[in-house]
Ligand binder design. Structure first.
Ligand SMILES: CC(C)(COP(=O)(O)OP(=O)(O)OC[C@H]1O[C@@H](n2cnc3c(N)ncnc32)[C@H](O)[C@@H]1OP(=O)(O)O)[C@@H](O)C(=O)NCCC(=O)NCCS
Length: 174
C-alpha cells in the first residue's frame, strides 16, 4: 500500500540519493539541484517535505518551504535557514515530481501538503499560511491550474530566467 512520509534533512543518504535520481530523471540537467541544496530545503521546510513510496519504491516527492510571497529562490542555491523568511505567511512549493505521471500521485502529494499546511496553522508560534506560490515548468501549468493556482507576476520577473523559457510564477490564495 502506498504511503506518504515526511522527508527530513537527517534522513539517510539513500533516501536523498533516490530523490536526486528521480529529479534527474524528470528534469533537464540545467535544473538539477545538488543533494546538499535539496537537503537544506527540508531543514527550512520542516513539515512540508514528503516522499511517496509504494512497497519501498520512491514514486514521488514534494519539497516546500516558507518563503516571502512574490519572491522566487534561485535554482540550486542553498536556502539558508538564517536568511530564509521563515515567518512569512507564504509557502513556496519548490518541487513536486512523480515517477509515473497521470496516476493521481501528484494530486495526492499536493493534497497532503495542504493538510500539513492546515495543521501548521493551529500550532502555537506558527503564523497562518495565507498562500502558496511556485514556478510552473516542464509543461506543468495545466496541472497546477487544476489545483487552483493562478498565474501571477513575481516581484522580480528576472528571477524566472533560470527556470526556462516556459516558466510561469503561480499563486494559490488559501
Ligand atoms: C506535473 C506532475 C507532478 C503531475 O503529477 P501527476 O501525478 O502526473 O498528476 P495527477 O495524475 O495527480 O493529475 C492530477 C490532474 O492533473 C492532470 N494533469 C496531470 N499532469 C498534467 C499536465 N501535464 N497537463 C495537464 N493536466 C495534467 C491530470 O489529468 C489530473 O486531472 P483530473 O484530476 O481532472 O483527472 C508530473 O507530471 C511530474 O512529476 N512531472 C515531472 C516533474 C515536473 O515537471 N513537476 C512540476 C514542476 S513545477
Amino acid at each position: 500500500m502506498p504511503t506518504i512520509r515526511p522527508l527530513l534533512p537527517g534522513d539517510n543518504d539513500d533516501d536523498w540519493a533516490r530523490v536526486y535520481e528521480l529529479q534527474c530523471r524528470v528534469y533537464p540537467p540545467e535544473w538539477h539541484e545538488d543533494v546538499p541544496v535539496l537537503r537544506q530545503k527540508a531543514t527550512v521546510g520542516n513539515g512540508f517535505c514528503f516522499l511517496y513510496q509504494d512497497q519501498g519504491e520512491l514514486m514521488g516527492y514534494c519539497l516546500a518551504h516558507p518563503w516571502a510571497s512574490g519572491q522566487v529562490p534561485k535554482l540550486n542555491a542553498v536556502v539558508k535557514e538564517a536568511t530564509a523568511p521563515v515567518t512569512t505567511d507564504n509557502l513556496f512549493l519548490h518541487d513536486l515530481a512523480v515517477a509515473t505521471p497521470k496516476q493521481g500521485i501528484g494530486k495526492r502529494l499536493f493534497q497532503h501538503l495542504q493538510q500539513q499546511q492546515q495543521q501548521q496553522q493551529v500550532q502555537p508560534n506558527k503564523g497562518r499560511i495565507k498562500s502558496m506560490s511556485l514556478v510552473a515548468v516542464n509543461g506543468s501549468h495545466s496541472f497546477w491550474t487544476k489545483l487552483g493556482f493562478q498565474r501571477a507576476t513575481p516581484l522580480d520577473p528576472e528571477c524566472l530566467q533560470s527556470y526556462g523559457s516556459d516558466a510561469a510564477f503561480m499563486v494559490l490564495s488559501l
